[in-house]
Design a protein around this ligand. Structure first.
Ligand code: CDP
Ligand code: MG
Length: 140
């Protein structure tokens, strides 16, 4: 399996509860390396553009409000099979369904406020990384 990059967000519910380090440790323990990272506070419009794929879903407005409610940490994670590995470490979208030991099982508060985002495929990883980072900011 080739070295791969994926995009990750530590969401507002987690940054507010001072869980940034605990969540990064989960990624690092799984063999993923942080090759870019920044803490930023999105506007609702920026959150809406990022999550545009969900704009017809009933939870879209609430999701955009939430993502703009406090700072996030945007990151690029690198490793073998990084896209799938990140999804595995994150756990299921709904923390009630997330496997024990996953980030969402341990930290998520609800299906909406679920602590992390992770790209779901190579194409989305590429688009999402480019939305937040320039090539110069990917430093290995
Ligand atoms: O984040 P993930 O890829 O696991 O799930 P998604 O289906 O792509 O949904 C994106 C985000 O929308 C989730 O992580 C939740 O924050 C939110 N969501 C929600 O608020 N209510 C739902 N029923 C499903 C998703
Ligand atoms: Mg998704």
């Amino acid at each position: 399996m080739a070295l791969e990059r994926t995009f990750s967000i530590i969401k507002p519910d987690a940054t507010k509860r001072n869980l940034t380090g605990a969540i990064v440790k989960k990624f690092e323990d799984a063999g993923l390396r942080v090759v870019a990272s920044k803490r930023i506070h999105l506007t609702k419009a920026q959150a809406g553009e990022f999550y545009a794929v969900h704009k017809e879903r009933p939870f879209y407005d609430e999701l955009c409000e939430f993502m703009a409610s406090a700072p996030i940490v945007a990151q690029v994670l690198e490793g073998e099979d990084a896209i799938a590995k990140n999804r595995e470490v994150m756990g299921a979208t709904n923390p009630a369904d997330a496997a024990p030991g996953t980030i969402r099982a341990e930290f998520a508060e609800s299906v909406g406020e679920n602590s992390v985002h992770g790209s779901d495929a190579p194409e989305t990883a590429k688009t999402e990384i480019a939305y937040f980072f320039s090539g110069l900011e990917l430093v290995g």
